[in-house]
Design a protein around this ligand. Structure first.
Ligand code: ZN
Length: 418
């Protein structure tokens, strides 16, 4: 049990800058919530820890089987992590990316003092894990650089790079709490050897964000990587749908779920992050004109195809954010045929971006009991990981809920005991 870090002076500076930025954003958006800043409370109160809604969330789950399969590591590379972020994110004269970074850093409650960002990101995660039952784990993501067709890195077009070595190191330092997920560009000359080494080092999956990393999943150049994934039986977790969290180095359509059929057909188990729940993409099955439709509909079509029965999954990260259609959550709950292929994931630190999830909106859409709103809003300010789990356990549609198996994701990433 590690104590939560106290609020350092530098973080107060961060929060001050963020408050100004948030006010500006709220003005632009025309509608604000009373709270935009994560106050980074230091510990879960006894009242919240014992709240019936929290108890109900864990009831019927075996924590040792509950892995949050979608957790980002971030930082600025000041702690020997090797993390690099685009300079645009560090400079106020690129306001969008700058403010985005401030929100992420606030969501993760980092200490912004020089030399402390990377480490305090991890310390906060460890502190949050102290509120969770033993056995529960997070799958921590590395994040690959963009590469060109020749397999050479493109640092100038890379928004965020979190090296495999950092994710592995953080996970190894706390194996009771963390697993790690490697991120390897398939065009790299050493991609297959690197993948085999990561698998041998305990990586539980591979993570891609095709638009950001400049990967076309439908490209034949990916085939040797797909064959290696199938041989190693390592799942590929890939962001699908529209992507706004990280700036792209490739075209938006590289996030088209239909492009992953190529991986499925080569025997790869594929996890489509967010169930492709954001934006519209080309319906590539309709030929040249290819009108755009909701990318979630492309996900739905693929989930129903025979090739996907044993190999295609969707993760629940981000599906509850307010930039999603509530109809997505309704379909996920009501389509029982998908349930054994839906996987719990939070997209941390984004559940800590306070205005991004609105329990009251979910309640207004009939997906959440009104009584749950107050406790969820308070929980978010203490522990975004627990908040995300309790929220998703409490979702209801037509009297149904997501079954326990959706949350017990370990079955997909480590079917046999470690
Ligand atoms: Zn993510």
């Amino acid at each position: 049990m590690s104590p939560r870090p106290l609020v350092p002076a530098r973080r107060r500076w961060l929060e001050g800058s963020l408050a100004v930025a948030a006010l500006a954003l709220a003005g632009v958006a025309g509608h604000g919530r009373p709270r935009l800043i994560n106050p980074c409370h230091a510990a879960l109160s006894a009242e919240l820890a014992a709240h019936p809604l929290v108890a109900a969330a864990w009831s019927g789950l075996d924590p040792a089987r509950v892995w949050d399969c979608h957790v980002h590591l971030a930082g600025v590379g000041d702690g020997g992590s090797g993390i690099r972020v685009t300079p645009r994110m560090l400079r106020p004269w690129h306001p969008l990316e700058y403010v985005q970074r401030l929100f992420y850093m606030n969501a993760a409650c980092v200490d912004d003092a020089p030399g402390r960002v990377d480490d305090s990101f991890v310390e906060r995660l460890q502190g949050l894990m102290a509120d969770m039952p033993a056995g529960f784990k997070l799958m921590l993501y590395a994040f690959e650089q963009a590469h060109d067709r020749a397999g050479l890195p493109l640092p100038g077009q890379t928004s965020l790079h979190v090296p495999d070595g950092w994710a592995r190191r953080v996970a190894r330092a706390a194996p009771q709490a963390f697993e790690w997920v490697c991120s390897i560009h398939p065009y790299r000359a050493d991609a297959i050897a690197t993948l085999a080494a990561a698998a041998a080092d305990g990586a539980r999956a591979v993570k891609w964000l095709p638009q950001a990393m400049a990967i076309d999943p439908a490209d034949a150049a990916c085939d040797r990587f797909y064959d290696a994934l199938a041989r190693l039986d390592l799942p590929l977790i890939t962001h699908a749908g529209e992507e706004w969290a990280v700036q792209g180095a490739g075209p938006p359509d590289w996030g088209n779920p239909l492009r992953l059929r190529r991986a499925l057909d080569r025997g790869v188990r594929v996890v489509l992050a967010h169930c492709a729940s954001l934006g519209e993409l080309a319906d590539l099955d309709r030929g040249g004109a290819a009108p755009s439709i909701a990318s979630f509909e492309l996900f739905a079509r693929m989930m129903d195809e025979p090739r996907a029965r044993s190999r295609l999954y969707g993760d629940l990260s981000a599906v509850v954010f307010r930039n999603r259609d509530p109809g997505v959550v309704r379909r996920l709950i009501e389509t029982e045929d998908w349930h054994d292929r839906l996987l719990f994931g939070s997209d941390y630190p984004l559940p800590g971006v306070v205005p991004l999830t609105a329990p009251s909106s979910l309640a207004a859409a009939g997906l959440l009991d009104l009584d749950a709103v107050d406790v969820l809003e308070r929980l978010q300010l203490f522990n975004p990981l627990l908040f995300d789990l309790v929220l998703k356990r409490a979702l209801r549609s037509g009297g149904s809920a997501l079954p326990a198996g959706v949350f017990e994701t370990r079955r997909v990433f480590a079917p046999t005991p470690a």
